[in-house]
Design a protein around this ligand. Structure first.
Ligand code: ZN
Length: 69
């Protein structure tokens, strides 16, 4: 495992959110990504807010989109 950055992708109810440049531990062999607990909680709370609002909220720095249908 090594320290690196990754993009997390979330999808729900016709919307998706991409969280870029997340510090994580990455495994070069199997591709496993591990985000430290505190950061994971912060991210899921921010993403939860976006899904609830159904739109981009400036301060999060997370890109939020409607899925093309
Ligand atoms: Zn591995």
């Amino acid at each position: 495992m090594r320290q690196g950055r990754t993009t997390l992708h979330f999808e729900r109810g016709g919307f998706y959110a991409d969280v870029e440049n997340v510090n994580a531990m990455l495994c070069g062999r199997c591709g496993t990504r591990s985000v430290p607990g505190k950061m994971a909680l912060k991210i899921s709370a921010a993403v939860e807010r976006l899904f609830r609002a159904g739109k981009d909220l400036d301060m999060t720095g997370i890109s939020f989109h409607k899925l093309a249908s």
